[in-house]
Design a protein around this ligand. Structure first.
Ligand SMILES: NC(=O)c1ccc[n+]([C@@H]2O[C@H](COP(=O)([O-])OP(=O)(O)OC[C@H]3O[C@@H](n4cnc5c(N)ncnc54)[C@H](OP(=O)(O)O)[C@@H]3O)[C@@H](O)[C@H]2O)c1
Length: 311
């Protein structure tokens, strides 16, 4: 099976086409002929070996990628929400050769749902992983309608979905943006936009002197953003930050693996995309063999929407 992966961890140039064994299909699983796989920041960490220590499979190749979309080609016993030839999208929890950058993928049925109606595989593959993470971040913070949510990295894939889901949840949303991204972030639905940067917490406090009720830190600014949040407020972090030891705010490290088989949540995201609540944003489409170029572009920053590899 054709895949893109690494035989030695390294920079973008380490990515190459590799041949991987077909995966057996078991009960409760589905097989996809992958047409599109999204390229996310976490894939660059997987490529460079940052997760090697916790990967149960220690032999090469390693295949990155956490989002796929494609055609269902086989269905295991017990899966009744999909049919062969459906166009479907799924979240992948990668290990060893089992990542999203491959043409044939077996996944738990509960990690896969139909794509939003009217959406192709390229657009659909941008939704599962970051959509589920955004949903989980909001659920962990458990804000009430009318409360104030701040979002950093709001122009990004995770941040953008948090802004849109937060608005759909009835929250007031204050989001950061560079000058160039301000219009985009407003269009995502932010009620208020403040300039991004190391002083973002002070800028948020200018508008909310008591501090906001919750903050989703898509820019991974960690300690810098805590002062934006009121005493007893909540923060969702996405790269493991656990907060300072003061306990002044509740910090929720948010790990999408936890909800990778939450089919109801994934299906709700599908519905919200169909209803126009969520905007699927594609930055560019590259053939799988140009994965190294996609990783280089992601590392340079400034990519808006997801880069997508096609198989
Ligand atoms: N734990 C989990 O399960 C999980 C799941 C999903 C995502 N994540 C993590 O969440 C983070 C965001 O992911 P993503 O896909 O949304 O990435 P993304 O699309 O690249 O978005 C990140 C955004 O933050 C901005 N940014 C970066 N550094 C900043 C800074 N110092 N100040 C202000 N803005 C800054 C980026 O701008 P530029 O492009 O201009 O740099 C970009 O707009 C990543 O670290 C990712 O690994 C974790």
């Amino acid at each position: 099976m054709r895949a893109v992966g690494v035989t030695e961890f390294g920079g973008p140039e380490a990515l190459r086409l590799v041949d991987v064994p077909a995966e057996p299909l078991g009960p409760g699983q589905v097989r996809l002929r992958v047409q599109a796989a999204a390229v996310s920041p976490t894939d660059t960490h997987a490529r460079s070996g940052a997760y090697a220590g916790r990967d149960p499979i220690k032999t090469p190749p390693w295949v990155p990628g956490m989002d796929v979309a494609g055609v269902v080609t086989e269905i295991g016993d017990g899966v009744d929400h999909l049919e062969v030839s459906d166009l479907a999208m799924g979240i992948v929890v990668p290990f060893g050769p089992h990542g999203a950058y491959r043409e044939d993928k077996v996944l738990p049925g509960d990690s896969v749902v139909r794509v939003p109606e009217g959406t192709d595989a390229v657009a659909a593959c941008t939704l599962p992983m970051n959509g589920l993470t955004a949903r989980l971040a909001l659920d962990l913070m458990a804000l009430e309608p009318g409360q104030v949510l701040a979002v950093t990295g709001a122009a990004g894939a995770f941040g953008g979905y948090v802004v849109q889901l937060g608005k759909a949840d009835g929250l007031t949303v204050v989001a950061d943006a560079s000058e160039a991204d301000e219009q985009l972030v407003r269009e995502l639905g932010a009620d208020l936009v403040v300039r991004r940067g190391d002083d973002v917490a002070a800028r948020i406090r200018e508008h909310f002197p008591e501090g906001v009720d919750g903050l989703a830190d898509g820019a991974v600014q960690d300690a810098l953003v805590l002062p934006a949040v009121r005493d007893g407020g909540a923060v969702a972090t996405v790269r493991g930050y656990r907060g300072d030891s003061s306990g002044r705010v509740q910090v929720h490290p948010t790990l999408v693996r936890r909800v990778a088989e939450d089919r109801a949540a994934l299906d709700r995201l599908r519905q919200q995309a169909e209803d126009g609540v969520l905007t699927l944003r594609v930055a560019d489409v590259l053939p799988a063999e140009q994965a190294a170029e996609a990783h280089r572009r992601l590392a340079r920053g400034g990519v808006r929407g997801r880069l997508v590899l096609t198989f």
